[in-house]
Design a protein around this ligand. Structure first.
Ligand SMILES: NC(=O)c1ccc[n+]([C@@H]2O[C@H](COP(=O)([O-])OP(=O)(O)OC[C@H]3O[C@@H](n4cnc5c(N)ncnc54)[C@H](O)[C@@H]3O)[C@@H](O)[C@H]2O)c1
Length: 87
């Protein structure tokens, strides 16, 4: 049975090439990408190149989700301080 690998940033420049190499080497690949700097078109290209159906999970990594939450809290705090200073 072939190994299944999780490939992050999967539709980006480096990982999309890695994805082709891994499929050609016989691995099963689950791609994870939030498409913030790439396109779903890459998945179609991967299918055309490899003759296989790529599995893409469109998700944001947990670390990025944490950073997003932190920056929202910081922005909210800054707005609140700004409102108070105007009173
Ligand atoms: N034609 C070229 O020569 C060419 C083309 C593209 C990039 N590059 C170079 O390659 C280098 C880097 O390429 P890369 O593949 O590391 O970058 P990339 O931006 O191409 O790939 C990163 C991928 O990660 C995804 N991503 C980013 N944050 C995410 C998150 N929080 N959760 C899930 N997915 C997330 C993006 O959508 C993207 O698809 C750069 O130096 C760049 O200049 C060269």
């Amino acid at each position: 049975m072939s190994q299944t690998l999780l490939l992050t940033g999967a539709t980006g420049y480096i990982a999309s090439h890695t994805w082709v190499a891994l499929l050609n080497a016989g691995y099963k690949v689950i791609g994870l990408d939030n498409l913030c700097n790439s396109s779903r078109v890459v998945v179609d290209r991967l299918a055309a190149i490899t003759g296989q159906t790529p599995h893409l999970s469109k998700a944001m990594s947990a670390t990025a989700r944490c950073w997003t939450a932190c920056s929202r809290s910081t922005a909210s705090l800054a707005r609140s301080i700004s409102r108070r200073s105007r009173r």
